[in-house]
Design a protein around this ligand. Structure first.
Ligand code: NAD
Length: 480
């Protein structure tokens, strides 16, 4: 199999070292492609290209409306090539075809959404005195670095590339080593859509090599990172040395809070959906279920019944639940089952590998009961289809438990009482709150980001543009 190439300065090229690595389908262990193992030398070239593009007269004179046109064209091309992109994403991540289809459409939506705003990034005039015109310019930062995780490869690459490009930055993307394929295809689409050379560069490689080199590069102007708290900490440290701003999206331990007065049928369906989407490998997964004690056992049974119906399988067969991304991640999930056993928690459902499905990395949908709030099971991001259930006796206690982790990404509230809904929404510490839904379709328009260790900076929506621009104040004194 001929290795793929990376995309630097508008050209497809091998890595400087000539090394590459295999990417596999986690449902079958089949090798899909050989991918360049980019490292510091390639990152240096990519940043140099992005810098040269950013400083070029061509880019300075590029009309914002033309950036918007290119982005509309990218959205069109993503949709035109969607069948191929869906297949590629499914094979690389193992995720069900239906989920990959959503991801590809959302990627197109990011470009479409920010295309519309490329020529509407406005400054303001500030009244000072009659002989001074004071105004602000919202300018691009320069070269933006994008370190992308493996759970939503094309969606998350698009999520930050689109606003960065709309605002006039040039970019270097480092996809995750487990799932590099759709980022390379996205680069090809950007090229086809007419992005000027050097404005987008994609370097595949390992986190400890290419990722670390990109985070530590002195000539980047911003880093967007999505992934683990530990790696986010390393990225932030590297950025601190060069005084570079970061946007960190570091996952969560998000609760669904279910009150006895909720539409329980509806809530039970959403609770399941929010934990099994992408096999629980979702930063905003609803991984804690907080249930009012009066309905604790009946509601937990409803959730269990819904979860029992789910089909685990290879993404290409479009099951409800696909595989875990890698052996490393699967072992990590298994280590939490050992914690459950040690703590004498009750595994109500699942709790082990799903070997009958095939030789991929499959894990059964799992529910764990009898967990204390300070248990690692209730505190840490497991990143698998593992739901932990906890009872509460009052809205106050529900909020206390909801806020009792280091994270704060999303909260789901299920109640028919508007007062209770507002009260809880006002008191939980999380970047998003959903009442009687979870995710609201995952919209690109909604501000998204974490409180506390879930990270900082905001993505999606118009809010994201603030993180890809900087404000210059200009004061002009005039007289005749
Ligand atoms: P990770 O944080 O190590 O990897 C995410 C990205 O960072 C990848 O592109 C990786 O190549 C890169 N990276 C790794 N080390 C780097 C470094 N030193 N400098 C710069 N970039 C680096 O995540 P992981 O090890 O693949 O997964 C571990 C855990 O992280 C998961 O179990 C889950 O809890 C969490 N995670 C969260 C998300 C999310 O969406 N928030 C996504 C993936 C993983």
């Amino acid at each position: 199999m001929k290795p793929l190439q990376i995309f630097i300065n508008g050209r497809w090229t091998d890595s400087v070292s000539g090394n590459h690595f295999a990417t596999i389908n986690p449902a079958t262990m089949e090798e899909i492609a050989q991918v360049p193992r980019g490292d510091k030398a390639d990152i240096d070239k990519a940043v140099e290209a992005a810098r040269a593009a950013f400083e070029s007269e061509e880019w300075k004179n590029f009309l914002p409306a033309d950036r918007g046109r290119i982005m509309h064209e990218i959205a069109r091309l993503i949709r035109e090539q969607k069948e191929e992109l869906i297949q590629l994403e499914t094979r690389d991540t193992g995720k069900p075809l239906a989920q990959a289809a959503v991801d590809v459409e959302v990627a197109a939506r990011y470009f479409e959404y920010y295309a519309g705003v490329a020529d509407k990034i406005l400054g303001e005039t500030i009244p000072i005195r009659s002989d001074v015109l004071d105004f602000t310019l919202r300018e691009p930062l320069g070269v933006t670095a994008h370190i992308v995780p493996w759970n939503y490869p094309i969606q998350i690459a698009a999520r930050s590339l689109a606003p960065a490009f709309a605002a006039g930055n040039t970019s270097v993307i480092k996809p995750a080593e487990d799932t590099p394929l759709t980022a390379l295809r996205l680069a090809a689409i950007c090229e086809q859509a007419g992005m000027p050379k050097g404005t987008v560069n994609v370097v595949t490689g390992y986190g400890s090599e290419a990722g670390a080199a990109l985070a530590a590069h002195p000539d980047i102007d911003h880093i967007t990172f999505t992934g683990s708290v530990d790696t986010g900490t390393e990225v932030m440290k590297a950025a601190a040395v060069n005084i570079k701003p970061v946007t960190l999206e570091l996952g969560g331990k998000s609760p669904n809070i279910v009150f006895e007065d909720a539409d329980l049928e509806e809530a039970a369906q959403w609770v399941v959906r929010s934990i099994i989407q992408n096999t629980g490998q979702t930063c905003s997964a609803g991984s804690r279920l907080l249930v009012e004690r009066s309905i604790y056992s009946s509601f937990t049974s409803m959730v269990k019944a819904n979860m029992e119906k789910l089909r685990v399988g290879a993404g290409e067969d479009n099951p409800d639940i696909g595989p875990i991304i890698s052996e490393k991640q699967l072992q990590r999930i298994e280590s939490y089952m050992e914690v459950a056993q040690k703590e004498r928690a009750t595994i109500l459902l699942g709790g082990k590998r799903c070997e009958e499905v095939g030789n991929g990395f499959f894990f059964e949908p799992t529910i764990i009961d009898g967990v204390t709030t300070d248990s690692r099971l209730a505190q840490e991001e497991i990143f698998g289809p593992v739901l932990v259930v906890l009872p509460f006796d009052s809205p106050q206690e529900a909020v206390k438990i909801a806020n009792d982790t280091a994270y704060g990404l999303v909260t789901g509230v299920w109640t028919s009482n508007i007062h209770k809904a507002h009260w809880v929404a006002s008191r939980v510490r999380s970047g998003q709150v959903f009442v009687n839904n979870y995710g609201a379709g995952g919209g690109v328009e909604m501000t998204f980001g974490g409180y506390r260790k879930s990270g900082f900076g905001r993505e999606k929506g118009l809010e994201a543009l603030k993180y890809y621009t900087q404000v210059k104040n200009v004061a002009i004194k005039f007289q005749i």
